[in-house]
Design a protein around this ligand. Structure first.
Ligand SMILES: NC(=O)c1ccc[n+]([C@@H]2O[C@H](COP(=O)([O-])OP(=O)(O)OC[C@H]3O[C@@H](n4cnc5c(N)ncnc54)[C@H](OP(=O)(O)O)[C@@H]3O)[C@@H](O)[C@H]2O)c1
Length: 248
């Protein structure tokens, strides 16, 4: 298996972990459709950077993934841009606390919409294209599907649903399409919330066996492995977490 010439759609690919996945897959020869919602400047800069390395190898597509009825159109645009679609990486995610007494329908729609509903309906729309290419789906999950993160009731449930969805889609899309997940541990601190506190960061890192944060590239390498070098792996979730999930 290889990545050279494949066309890969990465949701939320403009920055942070998504951009690392884009850079890794592009460096291996993939053509990319980088999805973004509001990070247009970052997406444009990434497109420019990568197209300078290989002209016309990266396209961009904008969408709010909460607009479920527009998701088939997003897939159509991505597949038409380079005439095929080999892989879908469901990376986009909203993340904010919802303690039980602060759970609202709005929070549910946002967290479940981006982390669970969109990956399902994007995969559904992409299935015919992926089947044609014997392609794959990679869902970016979270180690807190197994052991919940306190005060993140809806996020935990949404990512838990994504884990179950990964396995269901593996069953539904076989034998042509493989579906797997990558569960990051602490990789990049959220830009808001309790992780801006140095003591919370230290405590989180102390919970990993390797006593350090991972790098976005650790996630990117695992995605690349699942896309390009794992022809007999489907329905699996790989934790990339410095051992934190067995030590929570
Ligand atoms: N960072 C970590 O340490 C860590 C730990 C565990 C799990 N993860 C998982 O790894 C993945 C990447 O993590 P990250 O920290 O890089 O993610 P992130 O920065 O929090 O979010 C990635 C992108 O998701 C997009 N997004 C959010 N809501 C959206 C919506 N409604 N429609 C379309 N796009 C939407 C945003 O795009 P725009 O900026 O364009 O609006 C954002 O840039 C996520 O699935 C996350 O849950 C990360």
């Amino acid at each position: 298996m290889y990545v050279q010439g494949k066309v890969i759609l990465i949701t939320g690919g403009a920055k942070r972990v998504g951009a690392a996945i884009c850079r890794k897959l592009h460096a291996q020869g993939a053509r990319l459709v980088v999805h973004y919602r509001s990070s247009m400047n970052e997406a444009s800069a990434l497109q420019h950077e990568l197209n300078q390395k290989r002209p016309d190898s990266v396209a961009m597509v904008q969408a709010d993934l909460l607009d479920t009825e527009l998701l088939p159109d997003l897939i159509e645009k991505a597949a038409k841009r380079f005439g095929r679609l080999d892989a879908l990486i469901n990376n986009a995610s909203s993340f904010f606390p919802t303690p039980l007494n602060q759970c609202t329908l709005e929070g549910w729609d946002d967290l479940v919409g981006s982390n669970l509903k969109a990956p399902l309906f994007l995969s559904q729309a992409a299935a015919p294209y992926l089947k044609q290419q014997h392609g794959c789906v990679v869902n970016i999950v979270d180690i807190h599907t197994e052991r919940p993160l306190k005060n993140y009731v809806i996020y935990n449930a949404a990512k838990g649903g994504l884990l179950a969805l990964t396995r269901s889609l593996a069953v539904e899309m076989a034998p042509e399409v493989r579906v797997n997940g990558v569960s990051p541990g602490p990789i990049l601190w959220p830009e808001e919330g309790k992780w801006t506190d140095e003591a919370v960061r230290r405590h989180t890192i102390s919970g990993t066996l390797l006593k350090r944060c991972g790098e976005p590239d650790d996630i990117a390498k695992t995605v690349q492995f699942l896309v390009a070098d794992a022809p007999y792996i489907t329905g699996q979730i790989i934790a990339v977490d410095g051992g934190r999930s067995i030590h929570l």
